[in-house]
Design a protein around this ligand. Structure first.
Ligand code: FES
Length: 177
């Protein structure tokens, strides 16, 4: 039977399950493993995970749909997640979405034609004092202006990263130069 997981990933699964008193405790890390492998959590992966953890596929599906961190379809190489919760919304979530749209031509839920960027809106990312902010893959970009946003997107497109990344979770904040 073919698997949604690579051989290397399959070898890690017993160790992940063993970390939890109850098998179902391994659900979130196994979903994360599936996403690391494919960039999203496929239905095949959900069914396999359900089998390993003695859950029903709907139990796995309802968890996947609860957390915005899990993608249910293929996404671009760089996943832009814009915080839309209250503190960021007050200081410019809509502006940030507009700057991204002006630069990349995509709206929420869309992927650029070259397959590089997918744009999502998510709830609070824990950087409420430094909005408007976005996360691209694992990196945070905070206190964004249009110029900064353009630079981040240019750098990420060219090099896969940008030195303006501030986190996640640098506390206290580095001194301003
Ligand atoms: S409200 Fe945007 S990071 Fe918390």
């Amino acid at each position: 039977m073919t698997s949604a997981f690579s051989k290397a990933a399959q070898e890690r699964i017993p160790g992940i399950i063993a970390r939890y008193a109850e098998k179902r405790g391994a659900l979130l890390p196994l979903l994360w493993l599936a996403q690391e492998e494919q960039g999203y959590v496929s239905e095949e992966a959900m069914k396999e995970i359900a089998g390993w953890l003695d859950l029903t596929p709907p139990q796995v599906y309802e968890t996947v749909t609860f957390y915005t961190m899990y993608n249910r379809r293929p996404i671009g190489k760089y996943h832009i997640q814009v915080c839309r919760s209250l503190m960021c919304a007050l200081v410019g979530t809509d502006n940030l979405l507009g700057w991204i749209h002006a630069k990349l031509g995509i709206k929420t839920g869309q992927t650029t034609p070259d397959g590089l960027f997918t744009l999502s809106q998510v709830e609070c990312l824990g950087s409420c004092g430094t909005g408007p902010m976005m996360q691209i893959n694992d990196d945070y970009y905070e206190r964004l202006t249009q110029d900064k946003t353009n630079r981040v997107l240019d750098d990420v497109k060219r090099e896969g990263k940008c030195p303006l990344a501030t986190g996640p979770f640098m506390f206290p904040e580095p001194a301003q130069k």
